[in-house]
Design a protein around this ligand. Structure first.
Ligand code: FES
Length: 108
């Protein structure tokens, strides 16, 4: 139910910012319900990924600079991968997080 309410709140086309590994701050355009990885890739911003967004490779690691409190907590897939890969608590998987307008992340 919470996801449905969030989806309705964030309908339409939105923007977020992604700091790349090169230190560039890039604007990513996305539509409601897209993951941060999808937002990045459709905007031409590279975030490493090798499992097709399934949440298992752990290569799409990011951390939030802004907006991290507004996204859903890690799901079971993300928790399992984070455990296997020994992620820091602040590290998240871009493919498992629904992007929210105005958030800012850093690619790790
Ligand atoms: S793309 Fe593989 S874990 Fe995100």
């Amino acid at each position: 139910m919470l996801k449905l309410l969030k989806a309705l709140r964030y309908r339409g086309t939105h923007f977020m910012w992604i700091e790349t590994r090169d230190g560039l701050s890039c604007e990513a355009k996305f539509s409601s319900g897209k993951s941060i990885l999808e937002a990045a890739l459709t905007s031409g911003i590279e975030i490493p990924n090798s499992c097709g967004g399934m949440g298992t490779c752990g290569t799409c690691r990011i951390e939030f600079i802004e907006g991290g409190d507004d996204v859903d907590p890690p799901n079971e897939i993300e928790l399992e991968t984070a455990r296997e890969k020994n992620f820091k608590k602040s590290e998240r998987l871009a493919c498992q997080i629904v992007a929210i307008p105005g958030c800012r992340v850093r690619v790790l």
